[in-house]
Unconditional design. Structure first.
Length: 300
């Protein structure tokens, strides 16, 4: 319904305008339409709730949350300061001050940088918990932060086409020193102790079908190094982390966004550096064997 204007009539008396009854009838109809529309958008607490979709063509600011059960389209910059629940949306420019909840299966939030002309450069958060990235993920500050943490924030599996690329620039390192005889001896012994093992958690879940892995434990590596007079914590391939109790983290509505964590500790290994350590020990052993062989052949 279009807005109904009250006909005021000719001044000063307006006798030819709408009657009082007709004028207030228009007022009632206008208010009824406004309430019907606003009732679909704002609840009693002032929270914006769009039950049949929401389209924003200009800038929008929502300070007390946004709930949308239909498709949402925003072509301007939108700022949402409260908790948001969206069943299906498309935001060209949005700042979310609180968590945004995807309440319907199959929905997602796509984050695309300004000027991007392809979905290959967007990040997508799906309702099933999967987050996809079409381009680079980089830290704000170079050489800072973790991708996962040993204290209850580890990834189970990392799938990649190639391995990690580690900086190995001579301008950023001290001179490379040869391994000492004690280090070579420890490396040789550790190389001879490589064996198979299974993860206890996998055995508990899968029994006999738990897969067999190849390697060692950090605790045994430390023992062998100490037997050769070496301090294992001087070497970057030996890692140890401990942490205290941490309570659960909840948002303003009481929803748990991070579970509580008990105090604990864990040993870890940098396998690339440890493999280099073993390789140098084996190279030393090979050189020793070849030297003795050459002496035997010379004596013959």
């Amino acid at each position: 319904m279009a807005k109904q204007l009250i006909v005021l009539g000719t001044p000063p008396g307006g006798a030819d305008g709408d009657t009082i009854r007709a004028a207030f009838d228009k007022v009632n109809q206008n208010f009824s339409e406004n309430y019907a529309t606003l009732g679909n958008l704002v609840d009693e607490s002032g929270k914006v709730t769009a039950k049949s979709g929401l389209a924003v063509t200009g800038a929008a600011t929502v300070s007390n949350g946004l709930s949308v059960t239909g498709t949402t389209s925003s072509t301007g910059d939108s700022t949402v300061g409260g908790r948001s629940k969206v069943a299906g949306n498309h935001f060209n420019g949005t700042t979310l001050g609180m968590p945004c909840v995807l309440s319907a299966p199959g929905t997602s939030i796509a984050l695309r940088p300004n000027g991007a002309d392809s979905t290959s450069k967007q990040a997508v958060v799906r309702a099933d918990g999967v987050v996809t990235f079409g381009y680079h993920i980089v830290p704000v500050v170079d050489n800072s932060g973790y991708c996962g943490v040993p204290a209850g924030g580890r990834w189970e599996v990392v799938c990649a086409v190639t391995g990690t690329i580690n900086t190995s620039d001579a301008r950023e390192k001290t001179a490379v020193h040869p391994l000492t005889p004690a280090e070579c001896a420890a490396a040789q012994q550790l190389a001879g102790e490589i064996g198979t093992y299974q993860w206890l958690q996998a055995v508990q879940a899968k029994g006999y079908d738990a897969r067999v892995h190849v390697g060692q434990t950090v605790q045994r590596i430390m023992q062998v190094m100490q037997q050769h007079g070496l301090d294992p914590f001087r070497y970057g391939f030996v890692c140890y982390d401990s942490w205290g109790d941490e309570p659960a983290v909840v948002d303003a509505e009481g929803l748990e966004i991070q579970p509580a964590r008990e105090a604990g500790d864990r040993y870890s290994l940098r396998p690339d550096e440890f493999s280099m350590f073993l390789c140098r020990g084996l190279a030393s052993r090979l050189a020793d064997v070849e030297g003795r062989l050459a002496n035997l052949e010379a004596g013959a």
